[in-house]
Design a binder for this molecule. Structure first.
Ligand code: 5GP
Length: 211
């Protein structure tokens, strides 16, 4: 049976370029699967239902919470966002490394539930660059930009909970660095418990007089 994949959480300030990074990871390497979240926020121009998100309303979202259909969910800037459970479980079992692109409250819930998950925090090189990227998107109102910058201040206080912080200055090198971190994580004993158990048992077979 294939080893289970790694549950990877990628967070970062809104405008850090996570979306672009994740797309590039998926198109460059074949070991990743992306979890599509459900949200109650309205689609931005060009966003399609079932591609960027599953867009839904508050009633449906709350029903799914009651049915225990999410691995985690959180409220962010007045909207719900959640990770549907079924897809993540299927893909991990199939040996895929599943990426969740979620904010910090959700990331902490995932770590609590799955201690072997890998938490990566992506940041632009500076606050000035973050503001520039948020504005250059051209899809957000001043009010939304202000909310997202305020939220970035809050999120900056939680960075220490992550396993690694990665600066997104150049897209290509950032993607390569994220991939290297995932690969290194695969070798951590917490994710190799089956192998460790097996080799321990095998070794015992070589010890004379051992049962
Ligand atoms: P946006 O509205 O810019 O697409 O996303 C806002 C924030 O919600 C981002 O930080 C994004 O990573 C986060 N987010 C997206 N999906 C989920 C989810 O399923 N759960 C949680 N906790 N956060 C999410």
């Amino acid at each position: 049976m294939a080893d289970k994949g790694i549950l990877i959480v990628i967070s970062g300030f809104s405008g850090a370029g996570k979306g672009t990074l994740v797309k590039k990871m998926l198109s460059t390497y074949d070991n990743y699967a992306l979890s599509i979240s459900m949200t109650t926020r309205s689609p931005r121009e060009g966003e399609r239902d079932g591609v960027e998100y599953f867009f839904t309303d508050k009633e449906h979202f709350e029903r799914k919470i009651e049915e225990n259909g999410f691995i985690e969910y959180a409220s962010y800037c007045d909207n719900y966002y959640g990770t549907p459970k079924a897809y993540v479980e299927e893909q991990l079992s199939a040996g895929k490394d599943v990426i969740l692109e979620i904010e910090i409250q959700g990331a902490l819930k995932v770590k609590g539930q799955f201690p072997e998950s890998l938490l990566l925090f992506v940041t632009p090189p500076s606050a000035a660059e973050l503001e520039r990227r948020l504005r250059s998107r051209g899809t957000e109102t001043e009010d939304v930009i202000a909310k997202r910058l305020a939220r970035a201040v809050e999120e900056s206080n939680g960075i220490e909970a992550y396993d690694y912080i990665v600066v997104n200055d150049d897209l290509g090198s950032c993607v390569a660095e994220l991939h290297r971190l995932v690969d290194a994580a695969r070798r951590a004993p917490i994710r190799r418990s089956t192998f460790i158990k097996e080799i321990r048992e095998e070794l015992k077979g070589y010890v004379k007089g051992a049962e």
